[in-house]
Every structure is written in C-alpha cells, then in structure tokens.
Design a protein around this ligand. Structure first.
Ligand SMILES: [Zn+2]
Ligand SMILES: [Zn+2]
Length: 279
C-alpha cells in the first residue's frame, strides 16, 4: 500500500474547523476550548493511514491499529533467525559470545508498517518517530523493561548518509524508547566508519565480509555495560551482527537488539537479499 505522504498535517474528514461552530460556554471553559481549538487548527493530527482525526501526533486510529502486521515469530531468541526450538539459540548463536543476547521486534515487515517506515526513513518524516516509537513500545515494552539496559545505542549511519538524510531514524526511535525506559541514549558509543555497498545479491559470507570493519565502538562508553541496540528494520541481520560484534569487542557485557520490523523470516544468518538494511 502506498504511504499517503501528504496526510500528516491535514485534518481528517470533518476536520477541526467544524468545531468552531460550538455553543455558548462558561468563560474559563471557553478559554480552554479556544486554546485547544487554536492548537488543533495550527497542529492538527490525522491518522496517517485513514486520515481521521486523532489526539496524538502520528498515532494510527484504533481501527487502523487492528490492521497492523503481527509480531514476527522470533525463532532464535537471540538473533531472530531460524532454529529448532524457540527456547534455544540458533546454530549460529549457541556458544557464540559475539552474537546478540536477545532480539526484540515489534512487527513483520509488511504493509502498512512497511509504508510507515519507508516514509520515516526516505520521506523526510523524522517526526513520525514519536508514533512509531509508541507502536514499538506497545509491542516490546514489557520485554525491553525486563532487559534493564544501562543505555540505548542507536544503529549509526555513516556520516555521508546522515548528511543526506539530515537525521538518523534509528536515533529518533531510540530517543522515544529511552524516554519510556528512563535510560540514556548514547549515540557516541558506536560509529559507522566505513560506507558499505548495498548487500542485495551477496551471500551470507560475502555480507559478513562487506560489513567487516564497518563499525567502531568506544570502549569507555560500552565496557561492562548492558546495552540495547536500536534499529529500524532488520533484513538479513548482517548489519546488526556487525554492530553487536563491535560493541562486544569493545567490552559490552550484554547487547540486546530491538527493531521496529524484521523483513526476512530467515533472520540474520539467512541468504535472503538485503533491502533497506544498509542504512
Ligand atoms: Zn486510521
Ligand atoms: Zn541466532
């Protein structure tokens, strides 16, 4: 489904102007309502999917929430990849200290969430982080609170891409989750020092090589800490795996991952093509 990019600041059908046709109100109440109406007029919020009016910025309405994709069946609880049973890590994670320690994901990468994320990343709609962060928290909050991370670390963008986009969508998302968790976000903990080529068409080994040396973690900020790495979309997981490895090589005690959506059921060790994951 195409994302209605123009819908964000438009009031829905029967929008806020109609509410000026109200009856006579007591003075204080009239003042309060007048202020609310002025704010509504200046900053109306529309459901991003059906354009009906909603209270919070970028909050899909109750009807549209029913149509959001389910949480993916996270098979390997550490990386989201395939495994023989949900209790165990997959063959790649068992006995691998450099693998993620936990994997949390809010949605299958399917419409309408795919459209929302696409607008968030490529449509210059950084302000949608608030709503997407709320949706992510609604699905994963209990598990994230249980993690009790010392800090949140957003998946970094290479600075060239950051300059092009003007914001790091993962950092905006991490900011929302950090407020819910009441934990600091430490953007300086992890840097992307090498621009990588898009991973589509590469096999698993080639993707690992492609990501080699892409990240550098700052030891003084991560050593001995339990971290929550925040990404928007995980496709094959090669990027996520490389970031986790860099954090652990710098001494992180634990690295859990949370993402809005996981694109490929095969998880991080599969040979599926890489879509949005390279940044
Ligand atoms: Zn709606
Ligand atoms: Zn695994």
């Amino acid at each position: 489904m195409a994302w209605p990019v123009s819908s964000w600041h438009n009031p829905g059908p029967g929008g806020s102007r109609n509410r000026f046709a109200s009856g006579i109100l007591p003075g204080g109440e009239r003042l309060r309502q007048g202020w609310t109406l002025l704010l509504d007029f200046l900053l109306p919020h529309a459901c991003p999917l059906c354009r009906c009016r909603v209270e919070a910025p970028f909050a899909p309405c109750p009807d549209c929430r029913k149509g959001l994709p389910p949480q993916p069946d996270t098979l390997c609880l550490r990386c989201g990849g395939p495994t023989v049973g949900p209790e165990q890590g997959c063959g790649q994670c068992l006995g691998n200290p450099m693998a993620p320690d936990a994997f949390h994901c809010a949605f299958d990468y399917a419409d309408p969430v795919r459209g929302l994320i696409h607008g968030f990343k490529y449509g210059d709609h950084g302000e949608w982080a608030a709503g997407l962060g709320d949706l992510c928290w609604a699905r994963t909050g209990a598990a994230l609170a249980w993690e009790e991370p010392d800090a949140l670390v957003p998946m970094p963008l290479h600075y060239v891409r950051l300059v092009q986009r003007r914001y790091n969508q993962s950092a905006l998302l991490a900011g929302v989750l950090a407020r819910y968790l009441d934990r600091p976000m430490v953007t300086a903990a992890l840097r992307r020092v090498r621009r990588t080529t898009p991973q589509a068409g590469l096999n698993a080994r080639q993707r690992r090589l492609n990501m080699q040396g892409a990240f550098v973690a700052r030891q003084s900020l991560v050593a001995g800490r339990s971290l929550l790495l925040v990404d928007d979309v995980v496709t094959t997981g090669a990027t996520m795996a490389a970031a986790v490895r860099a954090l652990k090589q710098a001494g992180a005690a634990r690295v859990a991952v949370v993402c809005l959506a996981r694109a490929v059921p095969g998880g991080i060790h599969s040979s599926a093509s890489e879509g949005d994951e390279h940044g």
